[in-house]
Design a protein around this ligand. Structure first.
Ligand SMILES: *[C@@H]1O[C@H](CO)[C@@H](O)[C@H](O)[C@H]1NC(C)=O
Ligand SMILES: *[C@@H]1O[C@H](CO)[C@@H](O)[C@H](O)[C@H]1NC(C)=O
Ligand SMILES: *[C@@H]1O[C@H](CO)[C@@H](O)[C@H](O)[C@H]1NC(C)=O
Ligand SMILES: *[C@@H]1O[C@H](CO)[C@@H](O)[C@H](O)[C@H]1NC(C)=O
Ligand SMILES: *[C@@H]1O[C@H](CO)[C@@H](O)[C@H](O)[C@H]1NC(C)=O
Ligand SMILES: *[C@@H]1O[C@H](CO)[C@@H](O)[C@H](O)[C@H]1NC(C)=O
Ligand SMILES: *[C@@H]1O[C@H](CO)[C@@H](O)[C@H](O)[C@H]1NC(C)=O
Length: 644
């Protein structure tokens, strides 16, 4: 009697929506499947290294545990957990491990063949295609991916008996979801456009006096958000990290050219590089695709945070790149055991490189604030993979770490190119215009702070046109980020998760939004999950940033820029709290939703995508395009300083 049935090729969005508690079957997202070409059946004696992720205990209470320490009205506010408390609370129960071991033993895998590291929630053993297909009632094939990677032996779905189904998160190998690809392809697009590209040698110091109605520079952000230029010296326990993938590299020359223009006292200052999973930086290709994101992030994070040392969390090796899970496993050695080798490139692997479990697990202490300007497509991953990763963000929150991520720049779809909306019939993100909206990841995880984009009403609305010549000096305000760019539009990504339901801390705000916008939202009915986690949480300017990339002063657009700006503000507030003998702020969403007046509401504009030229609209209060609004530093500081 097997409970789980393969519905692999028939996945519909409704299945994904229903799967918020426990799945009734195991399948891969159809995106993963379509990326691979199925070849011959694998021979029975083909060796397989099997990983079984046993469900964590108490994980269903983790959300309320996080709220108990991050709700400003809770008596436990700020009582962060130690890493060992986190491990103890969520380690799989001994009886669950025993049940899974018993099932394996009954299936012909005695416990002496199974290894498990202490506290880890994963069991491993060496098997063969013949043995495993019998145990899981499935078939293994050879697969090659569209880029001719592989071949790889995998199955697309499998069955578990009811006695262990609820105790197992997943069994691998299945088909890899993210095959090695060049960096940049899946990154939140930090767009560089060229109307104002000038060689740095042409730039004079007069640029330090930037016209903030048209451009965004550090001085503009200070003025608009009230960010102080002088801050207390960095507290020894304060820390701030910025995530980057392998190959993406900041150039010292670019940082210095930028600092020379906007923050001369920082010339010569560099991020501290923390290499994770190889942490590959490269200087062979000085091109926008590799230098833009890192140059932009560090120029702004460093300029705003003053003398605070900034850590470059550089993740991934030259061959297999890296991903967010690789970073999370470097923070949490137990999560290392839960990494899915079919999705998180890992050694040993047919290719060189990959995550090295003997050197990369739990080796890095997470910084107090982590800024992530990259986004993936929620729909590319199976819900259990997303939940597992989202729980790691939750655990970081429990330990007092703030994770700030970009919402994305493509409105309600996941790429500027047409055809990245969700096809309701197949569940694939390959559909065109009138179809379902496709949420961004990890913004859709309720335990991160997602940052959307805004622009000033006087900034350009077309990245190929200069800003208006004579910008008015009065009535300038922030509106939702939306600019024409080439044949399409960039706009602040926002919407609702198809996997995670609305968390308690934002339920009131989301309900009001849905009521206020009910007539407009009725025109979008069926295209988004109204019961999902709404994102973004907050927003910040995303338009016409001046950045130096590959020796050129360029203008840059996107929530890739908004994110390090918001993260810098949190880091500065942490610094002030630490100086006052308080703890760092940790997960900030419950506090921000409970005191939305510390953000400046952005109530005009809309995002677009999937054929909706006006998809989610900004309006008074929280909305699914600019969240609660943009930061007011002084109000945020006062609020967080008033908390214990
Ligand atoms: C976690 O769950 C286990 C049972 O699996 C229970 O014994 C333990 O008390 C729980 N711990 C916490 C902190 O809730
Ligand atoms: C194995 O799975 C197939 C469907 O894929 C099902 O028809 C069959 O009954 C299952 N076998 C057992 C022993 O459960
Ligand atoms: C920094 O944190 C450590 C560990 O929590 C603590 O012992 C130490 O006193 C802190 N340092 C300062 C200067 O507060
Ligand atoms: C790229 O820039 C680096 C400095 O950031 C420089 O050392 C290197 O020579 C440049 N590489 C090429 C191929 O121009
Ligand atoms: C992984 O790390 C171990 C220990 O340093 C080392 O012996 C091994 O060669 C590494 N493997 C790879 C593929 O780099
Ligand atoms: C999208 O992919 C599915 C398979 O997952 C396929 O059936 C469908 O025809 C594709 N749609 C388009 C528009 O390419
Ligand atoms: C943006 O500007 C370019 C160049 O001026 C123009 O060709 C294009 O049509 C404009 N796009 C929109 C949507 O206005």
């Amino acid at each position: 009697m097997f409970l789980r049935l393969s519905l692999l090729f028939f996945l519909t969005l409704a299945d994904a929506l229903q799967s918020t508690s426990t799945e009734s079957y195991r399948r891969l997202s159809s995106t993963a499947v379509t990326r691979w070409q199925r070849g011959a059946r694998a021979a029975d004696d083909t060796p397989l290294r099997v990983h079984i992720a046993v469900a964590q205990s108490n994980i269903s209470q983790a959300g309320s545990a996080l709220l108990a320490i991050s709700d400003p009205d809770s008596p436990y506010y700020g009582r962060h957990w130690t890493p060992s408390e986190v491990v103890r609370a969520f380690a799989p129960a001994a009886k669950d491990i025993a049940s899974v071991m018993k099932w394996l033993a009954n299936s012909g895998i005695p416990s002496k063949r199974v290894s498990r590291s202490h506290g880890a929630d994963q069991l491993r053993f060496d098997s063969t295609v013949g043995e495993l297909s019998r145990i899981l009632n499935t078939t293994y094939y050879h697969y090659t991916d569209v880029n001719n990677q592989g071949p790889q032996v995998a199955c697309e779905a499998y069955h578990l008996p009811p006695s262990v189904a609820s105790l197992i998160d997943y069994v691998t190998p299945t088909l890899p979801h993210v095959s090695g690809r060049l960096p940049g392809q899946r990154r939140t697009r930090a767009r560089v456009d060229t109307p104002y590209v000038r060689r740095t040698r042409d730039v004079t110091s007069s640029l330090a006096a930037v016209d903030c109605r048209k451009y965004t520079a550090p001085s503009c952000l200070r003025e608009i958000y009230g960010i102080p230029a002088e801050t207390p010296a960095p507290h020894p326990n304060n820390s701030f990290g910025v995530f980057q993938l392998a190959w993406v590299t900041w150039r010292p020359e670019d940082l210095d050219a930028f600092f020379k223009l906007f923050q001369p006292e920082l010339v010569g200052r560099r991020p501290l590089v923390e290499r994770i999973d190889g942490g590959y930086l490269q200087y062979d290709y000085n091109v926008t695709a590799f230098n833009l994101e890192a140059d932009l992030d560090f120029e702004y994070a460093m300029a705003l945070s003053g003398s605070q040392p900034i850590v470059n969390l550089q993740v991934g090796d030259k061959f297999r790149l890296g991903n967010i899970n690789n970073m999370l496993a470097a923070f949490d050695k137990y999560y290392c055991g839960a990494l899915d080798p079919s999705m998180d490139p890992m050694f040993p692997d047919p290719l060189p490189g990959g995550y090295n479990k003997s050197t990369d697990c739990g080796t890095v202490a997470p910084p107090n604030v982590i800024s992530i300007s990259y986004s993936y497509n929620e729909n590319d991953f199976p819900p259990e993979y997303l939940r597992r990763q989202c729980n790691e963000f939750l655990k970081l929150g429990l330990m007092g770490v703030t994770v700030v991520v970009s919402s994305g720049d493509t409105g309600t779809k996941t790429s500027p190119i047409p055809g990245t909306c969700i096809d309701p019939a197949s569940g694939s993100p390959n559909a065109t215009d009138s179809d379902r909206f496709s949420p961004q990841w990890p913004a859709a995880c309720p335990w991160v702070t997602a940052v959307g984009g805004t622009q000033l009403t006087t900034q350009t609305t077309n990245t190929s046109s200069p800003p208006p010549a004579a910008a008015p000096s009065t009535g300038v305000h922030e509106t939702a980020f939306r600019v024409a760019s080439g044949d399409s539009f960039l706009s602040s990504s926002g919407g609702f998760s198809n996997v995670f339901s609305t968390p308690a801390y934002q339920l009131g705000a989301v309900t009001k939004y849905k009521h206020r916008e009910r007539h407009h939202l009725a025109t979008l009915a069926g295209r988004f999950n109204g019961r999902g986690r709404g994102y973004p949480d907050v927003a910040a300017l995303a338009s016409t940033y001046l950045a130096v990339v590959d020796d050129k002063l360029t203008t840059v657009y996107g929530t890739s820029a908004s994110t390090p700006v918001f993260a810098s503000i949190i880091s500065m507030i942490n610094n002030e709290r630490l100086h006052a003998g308080k703890r760092r702020v940790g997960f900030v969403n419950p506090t921000l939703y409970a005191h939305a007046n510390v953000l400046k509401d952005v109530a005009s504009g809309a995002n677009e995508g999937c054929g909706a030229s006006e998809a989610f609209r900004a309006s008074a209060g929280w909305d699914a395009v600019t969240g609660l609004g943009s930061p007011d530093y002084e109000r945020m500081r006062r609020l967080f300083m008033s908390l214990p």
